[in-house]
Design a protein. Sequence first.
Length: 262
Amino acid sequence: MFKFCLNARLRSLTAAAFLASLPVLPTAAAADEITVFAAASLADALNEIEQHFEAATGHDLVISLAGSSALARQIQQGAPADIFISANPDWMDVLEKDGLLEPGSRFDLLNNALVLIAHGREAQPLDMADLDLAGLLGDNRLAMALVDAVPAGIYGKAALQSLGLWDAAVPRIAQSDNVRSALALVATGEAPYGIVYATDAVAEDNVTVVGTFPADSHPPIVYPVADLANRDVPAEAEFLAYLQGLDAREAFERQGFVVLAR
């Protein structure tokens, strides 16, 4: 009886020693859900990035697209967003002054260009240095994002003012909540012309770029990104790092963006 108990104890100790000698394997990181508030002009690039990031990490991205002004106001009111990508530094500045950004997380991600588009695929290029906008529009409308709130509209207004075309344009502007809505007005023919980002024109087959506004006619079009200070999970840092990697760079460049992040 004693012999049996001793052998059993030896076997137990041997098994324990064997298990202790095995290498400790890292446990899989828990998957997180990350909510990204992003400018509407990023729709196509972020759709591609969402799929690749989720496949690579197991995390779930929830992307909310709208005009940067609307998103910033929602963040100010406590919307549960984790990451903000704005089409304008000014709205990111507002949130930073409010203490709503994670310190040190902000960086400039992208550049864009501003273009004049026309309905259809047969429109001819126009001379932007000698543009008769009033004559071009006649009684029709020029589609733009909100000119005093949405970045694409703000840039468009600045460009028209710089070229001396603003006064002629004002009575003919059809304003939309975001730049993609302005694009849709031109694509459907509800407005014959519109001002959008170059990357928006790439995303729509039923419009033609008829002119590019000079870069010095408006402030630089910069897209900053930052982690919001409402919570802190590792997945947020992973996503910010992913935005600066090769896969995201290629997705942005396919849509015509100039990538600034390195």
